[in-house]
Design a protein around this ligand. Structure first.
Ligand SMILES: Nc1nc2c(ncn2[C@@H]2O[C@H](COP(=O)(O)OP(=O)(O)OP(=O)(O)O)[C@@H](O)[C@H]2O)c(=O)[nH]1
Ligand SMILES: [Zn+2]
Length: 214
């Protein structure tokens, strides 16, 4: 690990329950076996023509959908610039595609991310914010933790003065099964630093968010 990564990891570890961990490799054969078992258990014939390749396809799909478990989010924010910019930066409507860890069903929606750079004026490449969303989203998740993790990582990696993350998603475990309430949206937020403590900056962020996410 380089010095910057060490520093960010230390800041993150001291923040609330955010993990900076990359784990193992994907055992494709094991997923294939499990998918065959599920097909048998629901009353299907995994050897019929249409399903023969399905366990393999699902294994590869899961490897892709949970790829965030094997990527260190700090690496996503590797490219930063000393711009001397100390005002709010906001990126709205970043697509979110994640999986609820309770049912392994997708939840999909938008993330809106804003931050005020720290004293160094260090800003992140804009695409890196979207990469950060993807890394945390491509794990078994709950929306609250996804929101918190993005906020804490951004706060630590940029040493930002303030951070706001708002995520709005539709959970298919609530729309396709169970209570089946199509259209119900869940909105979560995580606010750190000056965006929490300074009403003026916070109001500015909320106003931009209202306009940007309209
Ligand atoms: N807070 C939160 N809850 C979630 C999220 N994703 C799914 N859930 C909820 O997790 C809960 C799991 O509840 P359980 O009672 O254990 O599971 P269940 O019997 O399948 O629940 P129902 O969905 O009500 O049928 C459900 O209420 C889901 O709506 C999330 O991101 N955040
Ligand atoms: Zn669920």
């Amino acid at each position: 690990m380089n010095d910057h990564k060490d520093l960010v990891a230390a800041r993150l570890l001291s923040s609330r329950d955010t993990e900076v961990r990359t784990t193992g490799t994907v055992d494709l054969a094991r997923i294939e076996d499990a998918v065959r078992d599920i097909l048998v258990a629901v009353g299907e014939d995994p050897d019929r023509h249409g399903l023969k390749e399905t366990p393999k396809r699902v294994a590869h799909a899961y490897a892709e959908l949970f790829a965030g478990l094997r990527v260190d989010p700090i690496d996503a924010l590797g490219t930063t610039f000393e711009e001397g910019h100390q005002e709010l930066v906001m990126v709205c409507d970043i697509e979110v595609q994640s999986f609820c860890e309770h049912h392994l069903l997708p939840f999909i929606g938008k993330a809106h991310i804003g931050y005020v750079p720290g004293l160094s004026g260090c800003v992140a490449g804009l695409s890196k914010l979207a990469r950060l969303v993807d890394i945390y989203a491509r794990r078994p998740q709950v929306q609250e933790r996804l929101t918190t993790q993005i906020a804490d990582c951004l706060h630590a990696a940029l040493d930002a003065a303030g951070v706001i993350v708002v995520i709005e998603c539709e959970h298919t475990c609530m729309t396709m099964r169970g209570i089946r309430k199509a259209g119900a949206r869940t909105i979560t937020s995580a606010v750190r630093g000056t965006l929490q403590s300074d009403p003026r900056t916070r109001n500015e962020a909320m106003e931009l968010l209202r306009r940007g996410a309209a």
